[in-house]
Ligand binder design. Structure first.
Ligand code: R5P
Length: 304
């Protein structure tokens, strides 16, 4: 195994620690302070010359700060002559802005890709990107992991004899099909309407398929305001679903998400730990599965 070090930004240290533990290492020492004016000032306190270095940073809220931290950590490391530098980004903020939704708007996901590249990283590890095509925004190699297998393992602990996997929108069909394959279940699609002039507002529309009397498993990449999930759960119950389980990778949980999820007819929520969730946002019907084994395996195969 090549000499390597794993550093953590401030966004998700518990995940970084869990990955380090699985790899049998301790986290690389770095001091993360700020100047009096608020500027971030990372200081690497390890000799990284000739080593492969990994930096784990989720681009979650406050995403602009975490992007800056990842960039500055990259520049600091790059100036210390490592052999190889890998950004480990369990959640890519701005990924949902993967196209120009309206003329006059940016393609923000591409800008984030460029930020990572100019911050001296040679490779990047990502998890459940909103859109697979985002990989193409990078000129450097991207290892694209999926938490679906971890979510599926948790789902398999339940009675799924009369269950269907639900894609909450047409864009999520591929993800739902993959989960349906892992669970050996049929798939149903919902059609979601999104209002471009009203940010984050959605309304679940039509259900294409039969859910009557069944356990409906909604799978999504992101729960942001919880509007898609809550509206989806209500529509499924109205259509006769016996139970609704929600599975999702990234817990953005913005705005009224916790309230929306709490008051929706959802029996269970299974999510991953790509984003660090504060205690107050963890609901009693929520189970968090760790992606640490996936990241540790990816790191091992890169340094093995
Ligand atoms: C949309 O295309 C995504 O896959 C999610 O469905 C969406 O971002 C969830 O957002 P919210 O929780 O705000 O409805």
């Amino acid at each position: 195994m090549k000499d390597f070090l794993l550093f953590s930004g401030s966004s998700n240290q518990p995940l970084a620690l869990a990955v380090a533990k699985l790899l049998g290492i301790t986290l690389g020492k770095v001091e993360l302070t700020r100047f009096a004016d608020g500027e971030i000032r990372p200081w690497i306190q390890e000799d990284v010359r000739g080593k492969t270095v990994f930096v784990l940073e989720s681009l979650s809220y406050p995403m602009d700060e975490h992007i800056m931290e990842l960039s500055l950590l990259g520049d600091a490391l790059g100036r210390s002559a490592p052999f190889n530098m890998v950004a480990v980004v369990p959640y890519m903020g701005y990924a949902r802005q993967d196209k120009q939704h309206r003329f006059g708007e940016p393609v923000s996901a591409r800008v984030i890709a460029k930020y990572i590249e100019i911050s001296r990283y040679h490779e990047v590890i990502m998890v459940d990107l909103h859109n697979d095509a985002i990989v193409g925004f990078f000129e450097i190699p991207v290892v694209h992991l999926s938490a679906l297998s971890r979510l599926a393992d948790e789902l398999k602990k339940q009675d799924l004899s009369n269950a269907v996997v639900i894609s909450p929108d047409v864009g999520g069909v591929k993800r739902a099909r993959n989960l349906a394959y892992l669970l050996d279940l049929p798939m149903v699609v919902m059609e979601k309407k999104r209002y471009l002039d009203r940010q984050d507002k959605t309304e679940s529309m039509q259900i294409i398929g039969n859910v009557k009397g069944k356990t409906a498993i909604i799978i999504d990449d992101v729960i942001s305001t919880g509007s898609t999930t809550a509206n989806g759960a209500r529509s499924l119950k109205d259509a006769g679903a016996a139970r609704v389980i929600v599975a999702a990778t990234h817990t953005v949980f913005a705005g009224d998400a916790v309230k929306n999820l709490k008051f929706a007819p959802i029996d269970e929520i299974i999510v991953a730990d790509t984003i660090l969730l504060p205690e107050k946002k963890i609901l009693p019907n929520m189970k968090i599965v760790s992606i640490a084994p996936l990241v540790a395996d990816a790191i091992s195969s890169m340094v093995g």
